[in-house]
Design a protein. Structure first.
Length: 389
């Protein structure tokens, strides 16, 4: 009989309004189960993160534990009990939250949750994620502390690797790629005789960030750029433009891609607003049927890339450039360093060169799969160690 191992999936969620977090979760499970087959073990997963407490999941997920202030401050022991029930912890950091760019409060939860695992002597694997940036010295020191005590630290891009190596840490390190390249989906056929273009408008950038004042330091007016791109695409012959949302929270308008899409459709009635997706795989399946994609949500762009669609990500942080440069993919619009004309020119020119770009996408996917194979091999080793502990 195979030994059963309970894996705590820290900063994962199966019901997040951000489909990127869900994509990380279901992809992580897919890859972990591949590794479990190699290691000869059986896995069950406990989700730990912002998501609500729930036990009505299908196997292999056995439940979830919400991180909140009461539990984090030990006024409620459920978080401790959740960590204690696990044999090891895979921490994805919500992909890009191991940084202080989103504020001290979020980083405090990210660091503190890792300390729970370490204090309880649970092997901690920092799964492929963005490492940094850290603007503050205290934040950087705290990040170094938990990385140095992790079983292994994995980056998902070359810039994160450079950051890790710049800190002279002793932890075991592995460079992989974003696990969402492994998200299962159903490939859809392209529309015959029409060109289907997907445009993902970030509700967060549309609102100017949480501050409403260009929080991410874009070099141009994001709303004006989006409207200019919409005008370009709807003027092209035989083009159907779809506004594709990837983050649709119930009550946070400043993050809501669908709210932004409906505003745009009110001004440009010929665009097609895609309804809220049921899950990350259904979003990826829809995107796979497009001919060209532009987006500011990185996991929407990964969905396009990993399903073979020519894509131009609109980067608002270094995580985009780091990830796609790892795959030798140059078609990234750098919205915090390139000016408006450069970004507009890249996106419109790439639309006309989409067949050539799709070839580069295919080459990049080969590299991504090789990196995923390396990560699976690493997980198999970790699972074998846990089984023999």
């Amino acid at each position: 009989m195979k030994k059963k191992i309970r894996v705590g999936l820290l900063w994962h969620s199966a019901d997040s309004a951000n489909l990127g977090v869900g994509a990380l979760t279901f992809s992580q499970i897919t890859l972990a189960e591949r590794a479990a087959t190699t290691a000869g073990v059986e896995l069950e997963f406990l989700l730990i993160g912002w998501g609500r407490d729930q036990i009505a999941y299908s196997k292999p997920i056995v439940g979830s534990c919400q991180i909140n202030f009461k539990r984090f401050s030990l006024r409620d022991r459920k978080l401790v009990d959740a960590f204690r029930s696990c044999d090891l912890v895979l921490d994805i950091g919500e992909g890009d939250s191991f940084s202080d760019i989103y504020g001290a409060k979020r980083l405090t939860y990210l660091i503190g949750s890792k300390l729970y695992a370490l204090v309880l002597k649970k092997p901690l694997v920092m799964s492929p994620q963005t490492l940094g940036p850290f603007k503050g010295k205290i934040a950087a020191w705290c990040a170094d502390f938990v990385m140095n005590r992790s079983r292994v630290v994995c980056s998902r891009d070359v810039l994160s690797t450079e950051y890790f190596r710049s800190r002279s840490l002793k932890a075991r390190f592995h460079e992989a790629i974003d696990v969402a390249f492994a998200l299962p989906f159903k490939m859809l056929e392209k529309s015959a005789g029409r060109v289907s273009v997907g445009l993902n408008v970030s509700g967060l950038l549309w609102a100017g960030g949480y501050s409403g004042k260009n929080q991410f330091g874009l070099t141009f007016d994001y709303r004006a750029m989006i409207e200019r791109l919409v005008e370009f695409f709807i003027a092209q012959p035989d083009v159907d433009l779809y506004l594709v949302s990837h983050v649709v929270p119930d009550n946070r308008v400043e993050e809501d891609d669908l709210h932004a899409a409906r505003e745009i459709a009110g001004k440009f009635p010929s665009v097609r607003v895609v309804d809220k997706f049921e899950n990350p795989s259904s979003a990826k399946s829809f995107i796979s049927g497009l001919d060209y994609f532009v987006g500011a949500r990185m996991h929407a762009c990964i969905a396009a890339f990993s399903s073979g669609v020519a894509v131009v990500p609109m980067a608002y942080s270094r995580k985009f450039r780091g990830l796609f440069s790892t795959l030798d993919y140059p078609y990234v619009a750098d919205c915090f360093s390139d000016d408006a004309e450069h970004v507009y020119g890249l996106i419109t020119r790439s639309f006309h060169e989409r067949a050539e770009i799709a070839t580069k996408v295919a080459e990049g996917n080969v590299k991504a799969q090789q990196r995923l194979d390396g990560y699976v091999a690493l997980l198999a080793e970790v699972f074998e160690e846990a089984a023999n502990a």
